[in-house]
Design a protein around this ligand. Structure first.
Ligand SMILES: Nc1ncnc2c1ncn2[C@@H]1O[C@H](COP(=O)(O)OP(=O)(O)OP(=O)(O)O)[C@@H](O)[C@H]1O
Ligand SMILES: [Mg+2]
Length: 401
């Protein structure tokens, strides 16, 4: 991080005289417990001397109507302020002379009001690439229907990522079961679930690294697991703040994080998806299944423009010629660009793994399910390391309404 904060927080400085804009920016960053907003009210002219943004990661300066006094003040500031972070200038209008002035002043970015939340997040994320780099690559798997195999594939994904650099170097990896009501991760891996969100809920700030460690379950393979005990009778949803806090904490303490998502869309679902680097929708290999998956892709894309592209993993695929079922070509045709891969159907293998509470590789090393997933995942792992955006995972937007 450019200006190190003791507990890995990011502080964004905001100077504006526009109350509505200040509120919009505050709402954008409110849902993240790891981002603080340092709000200053007023115009830049006359405040150059007393404005202290030295401890912020990014400064947003609102020039509003870009009156000459404001532009001059910004130029002066950029010339003299040594300990300032990258500046994002904001204005109501844009013309060539303002553009020139801003280029000369060497601002890092420039946005014109009204600014969609996603644009602001993107601009901040881009500038914070020089950030700590301590945040995880996040893989999120979500179902297109019940029982399609999300939990099975989430476990395999986590195992593959953890072993993606060979046996000697294990990147720290955490699998988080966000299906708080019916989660099966702990069962499938024969672990005792230890997450107690109820205990944290009254005071989310209590959830720190130490408490997280208490609430982690450790699998013999080295995989860390966050899972809550079953509460089948208890239909409750948690305060999104608690969930967000958990996500922030996990993503700043592991290199890889895999989320097993529930079917229900919660108020925190958008935040999870937006903070992810990869989104996979798991579908069954049937026509209605694919149709559902396609609708979900479209829904996610329109809800979260600017987030990662969701891709569809078709699970339990039988590629038998003349069987009358869907072919690989059919999948590609129906799903187009969103088609990720087709995972073979191997009931016996998956069943045995679940019954014994072990990953698939332990039942049958080199099995086709794992191999196919690996073929899809690992090239991405190799290619995506450099393009990660640590801040993006912290910038959990308030749920879109
Ligand atoms: N590739 C596969 N081949 C054969 N069977 C599979 C495969 N993947 C999953 N299954 C089976 O499908 C069933 C559902 O799997 P899983 O629990 O992983 O799905 P899920 O989407 O998490 O379900 P839920 O909606 O209950 O959370 C399990 O019985 C599992 O054995
Ligand atoms: Mg499941």
């Amino acid at each position: 991080m450019r200006h190190p904060q003791a507990d890995n927080r990011t502080v964004i400085g905001l100077l504006t005289a526009d109350a509505a804009f200040a509120e919009a920016v505050a709402a954008t960053f409110a849902a993240s417990s790891q981002i603080d907003l340092k709000r200053e009210t007023g115009r830049l002219s006359g405040r150059e001397a007393d404005l202290d943004f030295g401890d912020t990661t990014i400064a947003i300066v609102d020039l509003d109507d870009a009156a000459e006094a404001e532009v001059v003040a910004l130029q002066k500031l950029m010339l003299h302020a040594r300990d300032w972070p990258p500046v994002i200038a904001v204005a109501k209008d844009f013309d060539a002379s303002l553009a020139r002035a801003l280029v000369q002043a060497k601002v890092a970015d420039f946005l014109v009001k009204p600014i969609p939340a996603v644009e602001l997040v993107r601009a901040c994320a881009r500038l914070s690439k020089r950030d700590s780099g301590a945040d995880a690559q996040i893989y999120t798997l979500l179902p297109s229907a019940g029982g399609v195999g999300v939990t099975t594939l989430a476990i395999q994904t986590a195992m593959l990522l953890m072993n993606s650099r060979g046996a000697r170097m294990r990147p720290s990896t955490c699998l988080v079961d966000l299906d708080f009501q019916h989660g099966a991760v702990a069962d499938y891996l024969d672990l005792e679930p230890r997450l107690d969100l109820g205990e944290v809920e009254p005071r989310p700030e209590r959830l720190d690294r130490q408490l997280l460690e208490v609430m982690l379950s450790q699998h013999a393979s080295g995989l860390s697991v966050v899972a809550a005990p079953h509460r089948p009778a208890e239909m409750r949803s948690f305060d999104p703040q608690v969930v967000t806090r958990l996500l922030d904490l996990v993503s700043s303490n592991f290199e890889y994080v895999v989320f097993d998502m529930p079917r229900t869309w919660f108020s925190w679902t958008d935040s999870v998806l937006l903070g992810s680097n990869h989104i996979a929708i798991v579908s069954e290999a049937t026509v209605p299944g694919l149709r559902h998956a396609k609708q979900l892709v479209a829904a996610i894309k329109s809800r979260l423009s600017g987030g990662p592209e969701p891709r569809v993993i078709v699970n339990r695929f039988n590629q038998k010629m003349f069987s009358g079922g869907l072919t690989h070509g059919d999948l590609e045709q129906v799903l187009g660009e969103s088609f990720a891969t087709a995972i073979p159907n191997d009931y016996q293998l998956v069943r045995e793994a679940i019954d014994r509470g072990v990953p698939l590789e332990e039942v049958k090393p080199g099995n086709k399910v794992t191999q196919q997933l690996k073929k899809y995942l690992l090239p991405q792992v190799a290619g995506k390391v450099a393009s990660k955006s640590p801040l993006l995972s912290k910038l959990r937007l308030a749920p879109a309404r």
